[in-house]
Design a protein around this ligand. Structure first.
Ligand code: ATP
Ligand code: MG
Length: 254
């Protein structure tokens, strides 16, 4: 059984934009799947459909053997505890401490009163500290989130997502705001989570050099359709031009 199975997924936004046109794909447990494609090809729409930040128009999404295409209420909240998400802009609470930000990854499963009073169980605080160690910045726990560099903030976001113990981690261009060296260092933490905990990762990326280095499989979207599915090393010049257009040229980042 695949961890995730998407069949004939369509998304038409209220303004009529047909962003996904019959996308079908399966993801096996433990994969590091990277989605590529030009700006506007539907990468974010696809990721956001999976954790239901947006509602698909038609088609089905199965996750862990269950049809989740239109779940809502308690079932949706439950689903969201199994799927972590990391965004390009980190989405941290700027004025709060790094540790507090990591703990918010757990809030779904803590009582509201507990959260308001900020009396977190010691076990949760310990877990947050452990997750900061996993992303290599335990010493930053007490600093304000916005005092960290972009790369460090993204590592906090990864630590926050780990608080849920997700089965699946979605990352929407997680390194697009970072310089090349920092991009690589952040990607290494996704790889670590994937390899050490077996967490399945689906990640949108722009740079093919990063795709080749981290992806176990690649899917390319073009105008809302899957036009390539295969190994990163099979993306040759001809495929590159099909995916990105005749005019495109590859830019290396190392
Ligand atoms: N909320 C929305 N309302 C209407 N159209 C939208 C909305 N969000 C995205 N779109 C459109 O849907 C299409 C796919 O957008 P999407 O953001 O999924 O692309 P993307 O591949 O993530 O692009 P990028 O690389 O620029 O992030 C685009 O034509 C976009 O303009
Ligand atoms: Mg996008």
């Amino acid at each position: 059984m695949s961890l995730l199975k998407i069949e004939d997924l369509h998304k038409i936004y209220p303004n009529g934009t047909h962003a996904l046109k019959g996308v079908s794909l399966s993801v096996e447990e433990g994969e590091f799947l990277v989605i590529i494609g030009l700006s506007g090809s539907g990468k974010s729409t696809l990721l956001r459909s999976i954790n239901r930040l947006i509602e698909p128009t038609s088609g089905t999404i199965e996750f862990m053997g269950k049809n989740i295409t239109h779940v809502h209420g308690r079932e949706l909240r439950e689903l969201k505890t199994k799927i972590g998400m990391v965004f390009q802009q980190f989405n941290l609470i700027k004025r709060r401490s790094v540790l507090a930000n990591v703990i918010t990854g757990k809030l779904g499963s803590l009582g509201t009163l507990q959260s308001i009073l900020e009396r977190f169980p010691d076990s949760v605080i310990e877990e947050a500290k452990k997750n900061l160690e996993i992303v290599g910045i335990p010493e930053k726990a007490d600093l304000r989130a916005d005092s960290l560099s972009g790369g460090q903030q993204q590592r906090v976001a990864i630590a926050r997502s780990l608080m849920q113990n997700p089965k699946l981690l979605l990352a929407d261009e997680p390194v697009a705001s970072l310089d090349p060296a920092t991009s690589n260092s952040v990607m290494q933490y996704f790889e670590k989570v994937n390899k050490e905990f077996g967490t399945t990762v689906i990640c949108n990326l722009h740079f093919l050099s990063l795709v080749r280095r981290y992806a176990t499989r690649v899917i390319a979207l073009k105008q809302g359709e899957v036009i390539y599915e295969g190994q990163p090393e099979e993306i040759d010049e001809a495929w590159f031009k099909k995916i990105y257009g005749e005019e495109a040229e590859e830019v290396e980042i190392r």
